[in-house]
Design a protein around this ligand. Structure first.
Ligand SMILES: [Zn+2]
Length: 393
């Protein structure tokens, strides 16, 4: 594949730059202030044009890199799932997740190579955007980019597979929102699943490109981690379950076990949840109904359509149902969020199956009364719930 060529406009900019330098030197020599100011103005225009050109070049480079990544993924194969690379490409088509440069990602050590955005609910409410933003400063590292595109694409596939992930505080079109305790667990499972599949793809890629093994050394699931599980279990699904169960127990800083990826993602999940609720309030929304997940809702996240479900065979492995103990910081934030938005205890919330029944039957309505609600049942009986609707002011 040939690399993209620079748009010919770059030549014009070089000529313009040289001309400005000549004009400025002449104006300086004559102490011509008006000439110097004119050169300065032209310099501003040139800077703006260069910035615009950079955006165009980055977009071209990204298009090129994504094609390279797709061609590398397309040939990946596991004995238990010979067309797994093709499955990934088909799923990309099906989920139609857009991949574009994200100008908000910075050129530093903490900014990720890429990030997945499901719902845009901040300065601009755009609803379900389903997009992967790429850090323009990391475009030159094709292996890192491939790693990130695989990981973030799995988040898009998970969103496509699990309804629970749409009952999000960032989804402006629903007043049904996952209880934050379950939201943290759902996000935790999303990361476990994405890292397990990322480790699997890196292991398969390393059979073609040995650099993928070396580069993954400090990943949440490294090539070594995945291959050890694959060799031990002699079965792709059991290997995935093993690495997904153990994912997130590595420290965020090598050697410092006081802070694990598990804690990092718990804190990110509750921080985002709080930010989402805050945005909903700012938008003047109210009448939220908090919902809890059941086993099948957690399991659904792993039905990403690329290889086996990493959370269990046919049903969820008990290890993935268990909600992990929160870090002190995440627990404190969770308590504060529940109090702030008057969120009832988890066990008092309706389940997602009850939510679906309500959605499927326009005649069933949640009736607000005295700060609680009742759900008319199909039998005509009325089931009282102890849920107290949050008062949003
Ligand atoms: Zn992730």
């Amino acid at each position: 594949m040939t690399p993209p060529s620079l748009p010919h406009k770059a030549d014009d900019l070089t000529t313009l730059g040289e001309q400005i330098a000549v004009d400025f030197a002449k104006a300086m020599e004559k102490r011509d202030i008006a000439g110097m100011l004119a050169a300065r103005e032209n310099l501003k225009i040139l800077t703006r044009d260069i910035a615009r050109l950079t955006v165009e070049v980055d977009a071209e480079l990204l298009t090129h890199d994504i094609e390279v990544i797709k061609s590398r993924i397309g040939v990946l194969s596991d004995p238990d799932c010979p067309d797994i690379g093709q499955q990934f490409l088909r799923k990309m088509e099906e989920c139609a997740c857009t991949i574009e440069i994200d100008p908000s990602l910075k050129d530093d050590d903490v900014s990720p190579t890429a990030r997945y955005i499901s719902y845009a609910f901040g300065k601009t409410v755009r609803g379900f955007v389903n997009e992967i933003g790429i850090n323009t400063y990391k475009l030159q590292d094709i292996l890192a980019l491939m790693d990130s595109v695989v990981h973030e694409s799995f988040h898009s596939f998970q969103k496509n597979a699990a309804e629970a992930l749409h009952l999000s505080p960032f989804n402006p079109d629903t007043v049904y929102i996952m209880h934050p305790e379950d939201w943290i667990h759902l996000e935790n499972l999303c990361e476990r699943g994405a890292y397990a599949k990322e480790g699997m793809f890196n292991a398969l890629l390393s059979q073609h490109d040995p650099k993928a093994r070396e580069r993954s050394e400090f990943d949440v699931v490294s090539v070594k981690n995945f291959e050890e599980a694959r060799d031990e279990y002699m079965d792709l699904q059991r290997a995935l379950i093993h690495v997904a169960l153990n994912a997130l127990y590595k420290p965020t800083v090598v050697g410092d076990y006081s802070r694990l990826f598990l804690h990092h993602y718990q804190e990110v999940a509750i921080k985002n949840f709080a930010a989402g609720m805050s945005q909903r309030m700012l938008a003047g929304q109210s009448g939220f109904v908090f919902v809890r997940a059941e086993s099948e809702d957690f399991y659904a996240i792993g039905n990403d359509g690329v290889g086996p479900n990493p959370f269990g065979h046919r049903e969820i492995d008990p290890g993935f149902e268990e909600r992990r103990k929160l870090s002190d910081k995440a627990q404190a934030k969770l308590d504060a969020v529940c109090e702030r938005y008057n969120i009832p205890p988890l066990e008092q919330c309706i389940t997602i199956s009850e939510y679906k029944r309500i959605m499927a039957r326009p005649d069933l309505k949640i009736v607000q009364n005295d700060g609680g609600y009742t759900t008319p049942m199909a039998t005509g009986t009325v089931q009282p719930n102890v849920y107290h609707a949050p008062s949003i002011t």
